[in-house]
Design a protein around this ligand. Structure first.
Ligand SMILES: Cc1cc2nc3c(=O)[nH]c(=O)nc-3n(C[C@H](O)[C@H](O)[C@H](O)COP(=O)(O)O)c2cc1C
Length: 198
């Protein structure tokens, strides 16, 4: 068997009482069911980047030598990945500032890798995902068509703010197809990157 595809699942909300960790943990569990995948959660709370404010663009940085230490460590983590699952809220019809800032803070390490989105909001975070598709293309990433859109996430929580039992189970089939599509692109791009490095 090929070596496992390293997929990083990024939690795109850091606020207290966020919903975002719940679908992230759920898709992590779904990803673990796929033999081809070695998945890891990346919680942006663990990467408290400053608002991007460097004198030169990350696209000019070579070898991961970003001036900011947290950006350097994040870049090393991003470099490990073959593909990403970005879990995004919808804030004012776009993604979160914290996620956009993380995307802006690194460059080469995102390049030539597949990305799929898990989104939530009143209309399933659809508007956040449409913005993100444009953003990630600029980072030379390949956004896959399939995405998971969870509508009205606030209705899925019990009185303690926990996911009601089985609240996202109806997305299992979608998750399976989504992960298969991500695996296809991740494999194709890994092969292309490896050929390029020969
Ligand atoms: C600043 C802000 C803006 C929001 N704007 C939208 C929006 O445009 N569309 C939407 O569907 N939900 C919107 N919401 C509601 C979020 O979908 C909901 O609060 C969700 O739980 C946010 O994700 P999080 O809990 O993981 O941070 C907004 C929430 C916040 C805090």
């Amino acid at each position: 068997m090929d070596k496992k595809l390293k997929i990083k699942i990024i939690i795109g909300s850091t606020r207290q009482n966020r919903f975002g960790d719940k679908p992230a943990k759920w898709i992590h569990e779904e990803a673990k069911k796929k033999d081809e995948i070695e998945a890891e959660l990346l919680d942006l709370r663990d990467w408290p980047l400053p608002f991007y404010n460097e004198p030169t663009s990350p696209s000019m940085v070579k070898g991961g030598a970003y001036p900011n230490e947290i950006a350097r460590k994040l870049a090393a983590k991003i470099e490990e990945a073959d593909a990403f699952i970005v879990v995004t809220p919808e804030y004012n019809h776009s993604t979160s500032g914290v996620l956009k800032n993380a995307l802006d803070s690194v460059y080469a390490e995102w390049n030539r890798k597949a990305v799929g989105f898990v989104a939530y909001g009143s209309v399933g975070g659809a508007r956040a995902v449409e913005h993100l598709r444009g953003i990630v293309v600029e980072l030379q990433m390949a956004p896959i068509r399939s995405a998971i859109h969870i509508p009205q996430p606030w209705n899925l929580l019990d009185e303690n703010g926990n996911l009601k039992n089985g609240a996202i189970d109806s997305f299992k089939n979608t998750a399976d197809a989504f992960l298969n599509q991500l695996i296809w692109w991740a494999k194709a791009l890994r092969a292309a990157r490896e050929k390029d490095a020969e």
